[in-house]
Write a protein that binds this ligand. Structure first.
Ligand code: TYD
Length: 202
């Protein structure tokens, strides 16, 4: 089963991804946890280019293609081979991030972004996608707990950008059955329980 997690920065995805992996491992399942952008030797190198704040001149097209390049490597090197071996593959972000951030957020034509994604991900379509939703003022509140110097190239984006990304996610979630919208303001335990229930149902 291929499970993906999506949401705005600071929504708590990474905590939930780890909890779910522990839960499934506890049940004796083979689980591989991956994070995007990254997850392979080549993809981690691309990740560094993408998040480096010195790269302020990066065009939005380059950004989209780099995220997609990192992903296509991950899909072919890790995700598809493990799914064939009946692993649970859990990804912290996947192609929906590009549709939400580069498409809805940066304003690249959505159809084009989706087309590039289908080329990048090949047959690796998620079985279920959790969108952990938090309102914008919560993103700001959580971001402010960290020093501004530590925010990456994407996290320094202005509020208007995050609003577009969130609206984009909500539109995607409405259009596709595989999405589950999770209230990211609930407690860590509540969210985890809800996610486990959804996986068991599936
Ligand atoms: P990361 O530090 O992994 O953030 P998070 O823990 O919130 O996932 O950085 C990933 C950043 O890249 C994040 O701001 C979202 C952004 N991103 C895109 O814009 N497009 C993409 O396709 C992906 C995978 C991530």
């Amino acid at each position: 089963m291929f499970i993906t997690f999506e949401g705005l920065d600071f929504c708590g995805k990474s905590t939930q991804v780890k909890l779910l992996a522990d839960y499934l491992r506890g049940k004796g399942q083979n689980v591989e946890l991956i994070r995007e952008p990254g997850g392979t030797f080549i993809s981690e190198k691309v990740r560094r280019i993408l998040l480096d704040r010195e790269n302020h001149d990066m065009t939005i097209e380059t950004e989209l293609l780099l995220f997609s390049a990192s992903r296509s490597q991950l899909v072919r090197e890790i995700i598809i081979p493990l799914l064939k071996k009946n692993y649970y593959v859990i990804s912290d972000r996947f192609h929906d991030s590009s549709i939400a951030y580069q498409g809805y957020g940066r304003g690249i034509d959505i159809h084009k972004v989706k087309e590039i994604q289908s080329f990048a991900i090949d047959a690796a379509n998620p079985d279920i996608t959790f969108f952990i939703d938090i309102p914008l003022d919560e993103v700001k509140r959580r971001r402010n707990k960290f020093e501004p110097e530590s925010w990456d190239r994407i996290e320094i984006s202005v509020d208007d950008f995050y609003k577009k990304v969130r609206d984009g996610y909500l539109e995607l979630a409405e259009a596709e059955n595989r999405f589950r919208i999770i209230n990211g303001l609930n407690s860590i335990e509540q969210i985890h329980d809800q996610i486990v229930k959804e996986i068991e149902n599936l």
